[in-house]
Design a protein around this ligand. Structure first.
Ligand SMILES: [Ca+2]
Ligand SMILES: [Ca+2]
Length: 219
């Protein structure tokens, strides 16, 4: 009877451990994300690999997909060394080791340029990855996409960020001159060009809402 209970306990222990054992036997890749970028910025994202303690013989990535009106994948660089390596942002990349190796952490860096804005100001980068394990046939790797978040375009004079230049912006700027910590501004508000931001700029902006031709705003 004691033996029987021991067996049951052992079985329960194995069942409880199973999710952990299974989790570490699945190869995963995570691409990092980055936010707050402007058009023209070049962002470096990392690609990290995890396969627990298991060794692999080689790894390949391809089909990097994203909106080319928003991003441009400028380069891919392996951060680990192998016997054969090749990296191509527009095609296939691979690394092969002389003997099966344990690989973990950052394996690759991607340089991405922000070239435009998407409607929701974010852009996902998806791709495929395949590994050759120490034993057995090639396996697909579960990939977590990278996401780049882009800053909204600044409209000159739109200080409260509602996409229009109105008296509210002039009033907001006036509040800023009194309470700058409570009313942060999103752009250079020296509209009258005297080198400082004062109530004169709030007045200038108010005039702009009536007479835009006479009170031009800097581009
Ligand atoms: Ca506004
Ligand atoms: Ca000024």
């Amino acid at each position: 009877m004691k033996k029987f209970f021991g067996l049951i306990l052992a079985l329960i222990a194995v069942l409880l451990m199973m999710p952990f054992v299974m989790a570490s036997s699945t190869p995963t890749i995570v691409m990092s994300s980055s936010s707050g970028h402007d058009v023209g910025d070049t962002v470096t994202l990392t690609i990290s690999f995890d396969y627990g303690d298991k060794k692999i013989k080689s790894m390949a990535m391809d089909s990097f997909t994203y909106d080319k009106n928003v991003l441009k994948l400028k380069s891919l660089n392996w951060e680990i060394s192998g016997l054969l390596t090749s990296a191509n942002p527009d095609g296939d990349s691979m690394i092969a080791f002389a003997s099966a190796s344990k690989v973990s952490g950052v394996v690759m860096k991607a340089e991405v340029e922000v070239v435009g804005r998407s409607d929701d100001l974010t852009q996902e980068i998806t791709f495929n990855a395949i590994i050759t394990p120490e034993t057995g046939s090639n396996m697909n790797v579960a990939v977590t996409s990278g996401v780049i978040t882009i800053k909204p375009e600044e409209v000159p004079g739109d200080i409260d960020g509602d996409d229009q230049v109105t008296d509210s912006d002039a009033i907001y700027l006036m509040y800023y001159t009194f309470f700058p910590d409570d009313y942060p501004i999103n752009q250079n508000c020296d509209f009258d060009g005297d080198g400082e931001v004062t109530d004169s700029d709030a007045i200038y902006l108010m005039y702009y809402t009536f007479f835009p031709d006479d009170y031009p705003l800097p581009e």
